[in-house]
Design a protein around this ligand. Structure first.
Ligand code: ATP
Length: 843
């Protein structure tokens, strides 16, 4: 593809809604964009080969890159039960909605973990896991890793996070090493045991997912010096506590309540003050049974984590107290100056609630029905209206539940967190719930979408922007791909001096019953300059509309201030809550993300009904557009195919010395850190490694650099010093091959290597084997139109040589017809001639 082609894609993007107002990421709920005329032919040509579409395991190989071609490939893969696909720096995970045998077994884990080049294997979540793990092993900055798993509800984030945790609990299991096996084994078990507890208390059955996480989490897996798992910690965000007191039709409360009800013994019911047959307003749809209603599993996990029987009793009593509270009703008093009344039943429920929550019954009733107004130093008691009483009851329940959840998280952390002195690096798994847009949206959606805006900003700045800037700094001719910067939307939500959240917080602090219309007027008055907010003049309900990166969302203002008050009042320090804390908590998450190497996995929900193996194109395209996957692919792909990059290899060569000296320092520091001897040899070799990697980087995407360096460095570290010389020679050879740019599509390095008639060098048998693996590791996974040499080809070709006596080994590369299949005729003499000189020089 030419640079004109690149630009064409940019233009297509713009025409389809690029630019600030209609960005790539903008449309979520609109059908796929109409195709550009000039590209339609190419698209058709690409799609005509239907049988081949499923073979695109990296979407950067798709040409042209458009929503429709990408979609078709994913669909084709899904139909042949292939669920993972690379998309440049992102892994796309399609939810199969059915268990896939043998996809996540221990053997598969071992296979990916043990492979010299896991990325050569079929795309899999284990590749992401392994890549992050090897980055830690390689100690390349930033050493700590973040695995960002995103997607809409039901897309498979929790599943993916669990897979990742299991992977690390297996491959980084500290129990595999000596020491007191019992203790260490417990760590992995405990880390995994945190899942059922968090899910019981934080997940619920929703219309979109029977086991929907109603909170976000960042799990930090702590690794020691030997990259073994020694502990973990969990940070949670945005628990949807409103669910405790209010569930949408056909949805349920948090699983734990149903688990309790279904499995309770008579004795427990007695303890929870629940006479047989008592129903609870806050437990709708309890006849619906889901897989997750597994009380024993939750209790078992609690035991493993050290929550003793007495603590468990206290927890369940609190939960029972919340349920009793939900049955309390209020009736307006005939005398307005008097608090609302409670009928006999409600009195009874509130009595039970008070006992279970260990508070005086009178006080509980008072605080629900009367509020205290402060006027200067004086305080006045004012009876609440019926609606206010109900609101206060709901708020109290939410606050209690949030505190309980928070307590559990702290307990879990105390149980699984390793002492700071025992771990030095971490791999974080971030599972946050995706962008939400319902018919009625309120504060919960605003917070979730705000968090998603922040994550999108991180993705944009970290990948889309950073990668392009790096291309430019490499001296590559690069026309910027337009992407939508969501800063103005973030300014609207959190900016200073005024923003949606600042106004909301101000309203919440006023000591009066909030009025939706007043807030609506203030928002309009103060924020009218920001193009991301708008109002439907004809709407009767007070609302505002925010143009998020993923689409427009209408937010209902009614009830928003009251909810925000709960956010504020239930904010223990450090928890993601109202006002400033909400911002700070997200900021701290962003800070972690910025200081780690990120890996992105985008989970896609192929149909809204969670049906196995059903692929609805409209659903998928909306999700692809919402996360800007096409732009990601485009940026990653363009650098592989843009001839401008290849032609600039000369330029790179001019810069080589400068690059070498820069790299030399870095890598030398790295070697010193590992307390190796023979700095000089290492320095030279390392310099060359860096140069090779650097050249590789230019042709491939920047993201591969870390992997390349890690692979080489690891291999290097394991080698005997004696082999350094040979490595050095090989790398000289590789480097030299890069020096001569070959201006055909594809890989000069691979080309030169493959076309070298023979090389003679001294190697031991093991040295030789290792050299093969390094050579193989320097190769790229095969790509469309590129010239690749697969590792197995190497080993096949070299198999005969292995038998030769130690000492002098002659490598003979056979010229497989396959390797020369797409070479231009005039290349042959060039390459051969070139290699002849090269060999002379090298050997
Ligand atoms: N790789 C997979 N293989 C088999 N089933 C899967 C896979 N990924 C997801 N599922 C199925 O899809 C369901 C929904 O997945 P999951 O709960 O992980 O979604 P989610 O994105 O975390 O949703 P939410 O945001 O609502 O928590 C799971 O319960 C599981 O049945």
């Amino acid at each position: 593809m030419s640079s004109a082609d690149n630009r064409r894609i940019v233009r297509e993007g713009r025409r389809n809604g690029g630019g600030k107002e209609k960005g790539f990421f903008q449309k979520v709920h609109s059908p796929p964009s109409p195709l550009n005329d000039s590209l339609e032919g190419e698209i058709q040509a690409f799609l005509i080969d239907e049988d081949q579409l499923h073979t695109y395991d990296d979407l950067t190989k798709v040409n042209p890159v458009t929503p429709s071609t990408v979609l078709k490939c994913l669909q084709a893969r899904y139909s042949v039960k292939v669920f993972y696909t690379h998309a440049g720096c992102t892994l796309v995970a399609l939810n199969p909605f059915q268990p896939i045998p043998d996809l996540y077994t221990l053997d598969v884990m071992k296979e990916y973990h043990g492979a010299p080049q896991p990325q050569e294997f079929k795309p899999h979540i284990f590749i992401v896991a392994e890549e992050a793990y090897r980055n830690v092993q390689g100690q390349l900055e930033p050493v700590n890793q973040s695995l960002v798993v995103s997607g809409e509800s039901g897309a498979g984030k929790t599943w993916t996070s669990r897979c990742l945790m299991k992977y690390y609990a297996t491959v980084a299991a500290s129990s595999s090493v000596v020491k007191s096996q019992d203790t260490v084994e417990r760590i992995e078990r405990r880390v995994l045991d945190s899942n059922p507890i968090m899910e019981a208390f934080g997940n619920a059955c929703t219309l979109r997912n029977n086991n929907s996480s109603r909170f976000g989490k960042y799990i930090q897996l702590q690794l020691d010096r030997c990259q073994l798992l020694v502990g973990a910690s969990v940070q949670t965000y945005l628990l949807e506590k409103s669910r405790v007191a209010c569930q949408l039709a056909n949805e349920r409360n948090f699983h734990i309540f149903y688990q309790m009800m279904k499995m309770a013994t008579d004795e427990q019911r007695k303890e929870w003050k629940m006479p047989p047959g008592q129903c609870f307003v806050w437990l709708p749809n309890s006849e619906k049974t889901v897989e997750e209603d597994c009380f024993h599993e939750t209790v078992e996990a609690m035991v493993h984590l050290g929550i003793n029987t007495e603590r468990q009793r206290q927890i369940f009593r609190i939960l029972a107290g919340i349920l009793q509270l939900g049955n309390v009703n209020f009736y307006s008093s005939t005398d307005e100056s008097q608090p609302c009344n409670l009928d006999e039943q409600s009195k009874d429920f509130s009595q039970r609630a008070a006992e279970l929550l260990c508070v005086p019954a009178e006080e509980l009733q008072m605080c629900l029905r009367v509020r205290m107004l402060k006027a200067g130093k004086q305080s006045v008691l004012k009876p609440c209206s019926q609606a206010e009483c109900s609101m206060r009851r709901d708020c109290l329940a939410k606050v209690i539940y949030a505190q309980l959840f928070d307590w559990l998280v702290t307990f879990i952390n105390n149980s699984i967190c390793a002492d700071k002195s025992t771990w030095c690096n971490f791999i974080g798994v971030l599972d946050v719930y995706g962008f939400e847009c319902f018919q009625i949206n309120n504060l919960e959606q605003l917070c979730i979408n705000y968090a998603n805006e922040k994550l999108q900003q991180h993705f944009v700045s970290h990948y889309l922007r950073a990668q392009q800037e790096e291309y430019v700094s490499e001296g590559l001719e690069w026309s910027f791909v337009k992407y939508q910067d969501n800063q103005s939307c973030l300014d609207l939500l959190e900016g200073s001096p005024v923003s949606v959240f600042s106004l909301l917080n101000e309203e919440s602090r006023l000591n009066r019953v909030s009025d939706a219309k007043t807030l609506r007027v203030r928002l309009e008055k103060e924020l009218c300059d920001n193009a991301n907010i708008s109002w439907d003049k004809f709407s009767k309900e007070p609302h505002f509309t925010v143009a998020h990166y993923a689409g427009k969302v209408h937010y209902q203002i009614q009830g928003m201030v009251e909810k925000n008050k709960v956010f504020i009042s239930s904010s223990p320090p450090g928890f993601f809550q109202g006002g400033r804390q909400r911002k700070n908590s997200l900021e701290s998450l962003m800070k972690i993300l910025h200081t780690t190497t990120p890996h992105y996995t985008r989970c896609i929900k192929p149909n809204p009904d969670c049906k196995p193996l059903t692929f609805k194109k409209e659903e998928v395209i909306m999700q692809l557009e919402a996360c800007g996957i096409v732009e990601t692919i485009h940026i990653s792909a363009a650098v592989l195919t843009c001839p401008a990059v290849v032609s600039q290899l000369d330029l790179l060569e001019d810069q080589r010395k400068k690059i070498l000296s820069q790299c030399a320092f870095t890598i030398q520091c790295c070697w010193l850190k590992h307390r190796r001897r023979r700095h000089h040899a290492r320095h030279q070799s390392a310099t060359l490694i860096q140069a090779v990697v650097r050249a590789w980087l230019v042709r491939r995407c920047v993201q591969r650099r870390n992997r390349a360096a890690a692979v080489i460095q690891n291999t290097w570290r394991k080698w005997r010093v004696r082999l350094l010389k040979n490595t050095y020679r090989i790398l000289c050879f590789l480097l030299s091959s890069i020096q001569k740019p070959v201006t055909v599509r594809g890989w000069p390095m691979g080309l030169a290597l493959a076309s070298a008639p023979s090389i003679t060098m001294s190697l031991t048998a093991t040295g030789f084997q290792k050299m093969v693996s390094v050579m193989a590791s320097l190769h790229l996974p095969s790509q469309r139109g590129a010239y690749t040499v697969k590792p197995n080809q190497f080993s096949q070709e070299l198999a005969s040589i292995r038998a030769q006596p130690k000492g002098s080994v002659k490598l003979h590369y056979q010229r497989s017809p396959l390797l020369y299949a797409d070479r231009q005729p005039d290349m042959k003499s060039d390459v051969t001639g070139f290699n002849a000189i090269l060999l002379e020089k090298t050997l």
